[in-house]
Every structure is written in structure tokens, then in C-alpha cells.
Design a protein around this ligand. Structure first.
Ligand code: NAG
Ligand code: NAG
Ligand code: ZN
Length: 457
């Protein structure tokens, strides 16, 4: 009897959870995003405590106490939060008054400026695209430009989707020149990231005026590192961030790929709780997506001289290390190059600096790992905006963001062509030498200091 009763209770619980969704799609109706402005360290801690006790989601925060904090606030907490902030006279603005409306608005089609432009693929940069569209585009390029591009399936995601890297090279000896790696879509909900990565691909492959960018360097571009998560944001939950792997200890799914790379894995800013959005995973490279990506990069590590990973949001150019406020010995060189690149931006200003110093400590990030294997120039870009639209950047901004960003690649390509010594083309990866085996520290890097609640861009 009691067992049946327990099962019945369980059903009630499950049913009520499902009813919060519509056709299995998570609704954010009534959710808001507030930009809260602490004016002291005390205020900042006060807000962090509220976020913890009300289980709110902190979307952006910077290390400095007086920088604004973006917080996602569900309907049930809005009145309470308002009066709490009033108690301490902390000001805030509601930047997104209904998150579901912002999500719906992202799907609005913008009219094509050039109405007779009919490309051979279902891809453009005036709307956001599904994984199918993006993969069809890559396949189209592979078929259409066999001398210029090579599409490689470097492995499978947890849900068995292919992981694609596109190499772009006009050299007859591709694979032996200095190269730039660019990835996007590590975090599922950061839709502007695959959009910019695919724009870069289109410009490099199809626009003759950009041929000089291919004259001395090869490009490896992986527009969607986390295809399962990306697909999930299109079909079920627009605000999903992680992979979709199933946990053996929890009903919560997925790990944060950008806390799952094998350098200082498990340190500051990475959660051990599978239900958290910054969950580090069971081990370094536990996720097939980060493992395949790192193995591929490792195999080309003598060729790849610059690692660039695209995230959103905040408009930052971030430099290693991120696991803590630590500066590599060549930090000034790495900084000078990104400053030079950022000087090409016209419409969107990016703040540049060390990841942990500027934002917060986050260990297990891909850019730290790339730096650790000897890729001198390693950057994380947080694409626009600064929080007005956050992850729901309107489709009308895709093209402006892409066009503003692209000229920076010229600066990177020029540097990489000459910076870092010859490519050792005879390097071959021994079959057993995987990224996982080359970890410097598999073990969690326990740090006794108290951690701030993890932040999520
Ligand atoms: C890309 O094209 C080449 C040459 O036609 C082919 O061998 C390869 O399998 C294609 N890649 C993918 C992932 O389909
Ligand atoms: C690659 O592009 C550069 C710059 O346009 C050009 O000088 C070079 O000849 C090209 N190489 C090949 C093999 O097409
Ligand atoms: Zn991100």
C-alpha cells in the first residue's frame, strides 16, 4: 500500500512539473531580467545571498563590486526581490520585462536588404538557424569548394550528432601552414556565437575580396561544439547552456563544456552539482564533445597558433588564465595582439583583459586548456550585447555584430603568419596520445577559499 501511495505521489509531482511547460517546451512567460546596481561590496554580497536563497540565476557579474549584475527573476520572486532591494536602497532596471516575448521576438524574420540574393543554401545572417541548416551549409561548402574546404567529422556528441570541423585553406599543402582555430556554440543558448562562426566561414570561402586572409594561414572552424545543447535550445528550452549527457547520480542532465576541459579542472568557479549550470562533469573531458575537440586540436597543436572561442554576452575579449587571477609570462604579447584586433571594432566596443581579473574565476575553460598545450594566442570573446537583450539578442543585430567582428581576423591572420616559428609538418599524433592522457591534473584542484556563486556567460 505504502509503495503504491509513494508512486501515486510521485506521479502527481511529475505531472505538475510537466504542466509548467507547453508541449514539452519550457515557457519563460513572466520571467524578467534585472540589471541590479550594487554600490558597495556589501551590496554585492547582499545580492549574491538573495540570489542563492531565492534560487535566481546570475547571468553576468564582474569582479568589481560596483559593476552591475544581471539576474533572471521568475515571476514568483519579483515582489520579494523588489522589496529586498528597496530595504538597502539598491537600484535596478528591468532590462527584459518578459523573457518569453524576447525569445519569441528572436524568431522574427528581418527582410532581406538585397531581395535578389538567393544563395544555394538555407542560411543567412538575418535570422538564427537550426543545427540542420548549419550542417547543410557546411556540407554544401564541402561539396561545392573541394579545393578550398575540407569538412571533417571529428566524432559524435552524446546524442550521436556529428561534430564538424571545417578546414579552409587555399594551399596545395594544406595542413602545413600556421593556422587559426575558431569555435562557437560551446554554450547552447549563446546563439550569436554559431552565427558569427558561420559568417566567418561564409566570408572566407565565398568572398573573393577576403582571399588575402587565406594567403599565409589555414583556418579550422567548428561552429557548433555542443550540437545536442544547441538543438535543445531550438526545440525544448531556449535557456539551456550545457551538454545533454545523462548523469548516473542525478536526474539533472549535462555538464558545462567550458568547465570540462583538462587544465585546472575542478577548481574555482566550477560546480560539483550536476543540477548547476556550471557543473564540471564527472572527470575532465567526460563529455564526448570536449574530448573530441581537444583531441583534434592536440593533433594539430604544432600548426594552430591562435585559439579563438566565441561566447556571449558582455562584449569582452578575455585572456588566460581564467582559473584564477594568474598571468602567463607572455601575457603582454597576447594582450597587445588582442588590443590591436579590438581596435578594428567600430560599432561594438569590447573590454579586454585577464578573464579572472575582469570577470570571475572559472576553471576548466577551453581557452586556458589551449594556452596550456602551448597555443600562445588564446582568447575567449564574449560577443554582444552588454545585457540589454542578453542571450535573446534580436536577429536584426546578427549581421551588424558579424560585420563589426570580422575585420579583427585580419590582425590575427597577419600575426599568425609570422609569429611563432615553423610548423612541424612531420608531427604525427601517436594513436594512444589523447588529450585525456596528457592532462596535467586529472584530480580536482581543491581550493579552500569561499567561492562566489558561479556566473553564466
Ligand atoms: C567532404 O568532402 C570530401 C571530398 O569529397 C569527402 O571525402 C568527405 O567525406 C566530405 N566530408 C564530410 C564530412 O562529408
Ligand atoms: C592563396 O591566396 C593568396 C592570396 O590571394 C594567393 O597569393 C595564393 O596564390 C593562393 N594560393 C593558391 C594555391 O591558390
Ligand atoms: Zn558561454
Amino acid at each position: 500500500m505504502s509503495l503504491l501511495y509513494a508512486i501515486a505521489l510521485n506521479c502527481v509531482f511529475v505531472t505538475s512539473q510537466i504542466m509548467a511547460e507547453e508541449n514539452g517546451v519550457v515557457s519563460y512567460a513572466g520571467f524578467q531580467v534585472w540589471k541590479i546596481k550594487p554600490s558597495s561590496e556589501g551590496d554585492q554580497q547582499f545580492i549574491l545571498d538573495i540570489i542563492d536563497s531565492y534560487e535566481l540565476e546570475l547571468w553576468s557579474k564582474r569582479r568589481m563590486a560596483r559593476d552591475p549584475m544581471d539576474v533572471k527573476v521568475p515571476p514568483r520572486s519579483q515582489t520579494k526581490l523588489k522589496s529586498k532591494l528597496a530595504e538597502r536602497k539598491i537600484s535596478y532596471v528591468v532590462v527584459i520585462s518578459d523573457l518569453q516575448t524576447a525569445i519569441d521576438n528572436q524568431k522574427t524574420k528581418v527582410n532581406r536588404i538585397i531581395s535578389n540574393w538567393k544563395p544555394a543554401y538555407d542560411m543567412d545572417w538575418i535570422s538564427y538557424h537550426t543545427l540542420n541548416d548549419i550542417y547543410a551549409f557546411l556540407t554544401y561548402l564541402n561539396t561545392t569548394y573541394p579545393k578550398l574546404v575540407q569538412l571533417t567529422n571529428i566524432g559524435s556528441s552524446y546524442e550521436k550528432r556529428p561534430l564538424y570541423v571545417l578546414r579552409i585553406s587555399n594551399s596545395s599543402s594544406a595542413g602545413t601552414r600556421p593556422a587559426i582555430w575558431i569555435d562557437g556554440g560551446i554554450h547552447a543558448r549563446e546563439w550569436i556565437s554559431p552565427a558569427v562562426a558561420t559568417y566567418i566561414i561564409q566570408q572566407l570561402v565565398e568572398v573573393p575580396a577576403n582571399a588575402k586572409l587565406l594567403s599565409n594561414v589555414d583556418w579550422y572552424i567548428m561552429p557548433v561544439v555542443n550540437p545536442d545543447g544547441y538543438e535543445y535550445t531550438h526545440t525544448k528550452d531556449r535557456m539551456w547552456r550545457k551538454t545533454r549527457s545523462v548523469s548516473s547520480t542525478s536526474s539533472c542532465r549535462g555538464a558545462d563544456p567550458n568547465r570540462n576541459f583538462g587544465y585546472k579542472w575542478g577548481g574555482l568557479g566550477a560546480s560539483t552539482n550536476p543540477c548547476d549550470d556550471t557543473y564540471r562533469g564527472t572527470t575532465a573531458f567526460s563529455e564526448p564533445e570536449t574530448l573530441a575537440t581537444s583531441n583534434f586540436i592536440m593533433g594539430k597543436s604544432s600548426q594552430i597558433k591562435l585559439y579563438l572561442t566565441l561566447h556571449s554576452y558582455g562584449q569582452f575579449g578575455l585572456l588566460p588564465y581564467g582559473y584564477d587571477v594568474v598571468y602567463p609570462s607572455d601575457y603582454n604579447d597576447v594582450l597587445a595582439l588582442v588590443n590591436n584586433a579590438a581596435s578594428r571594432f567600430v560599432n561594438y566596443r569590447y573590454t579586454v583583459g585577464n578573464t579572472a581579473a575582469l570577470l570571475y574565476a572559472a576553471s576548466g575553460g577551453s581557452a586556458d586548456w589551449a594556452k596550456s598545450i602551448g597555443i600562445k594566442y588564446s582568447y575567449t570573446f564574449e560577443l554582444p550585447d552588454r545585457g540589454t537583450n542578453a542571450f535573446t539578442l534580436p536577429a536584426s543585430e546578427i549581421l551588424p555584430v558579424c560585420q563589426d567582428f570580422f575585420p579583427a581576423l585580419d590582425v590575427f591572420a597577419t600575426k599568425v603568419a609570422t609569429c611563432c616559428g615553423a610548423v612541424n609538418s612531420t608531427t604525427t599524433v601517436k594513436p594512444l596520445t589523447t588529450a585525456r592522457q596528457l592532462l596535467d591534473d586529472q584530480q580536482p584542484n581543491l581550493d579552500p577559499r569561499p567561492q562566489l556563486r558561479n556566473v553564466l556567460t
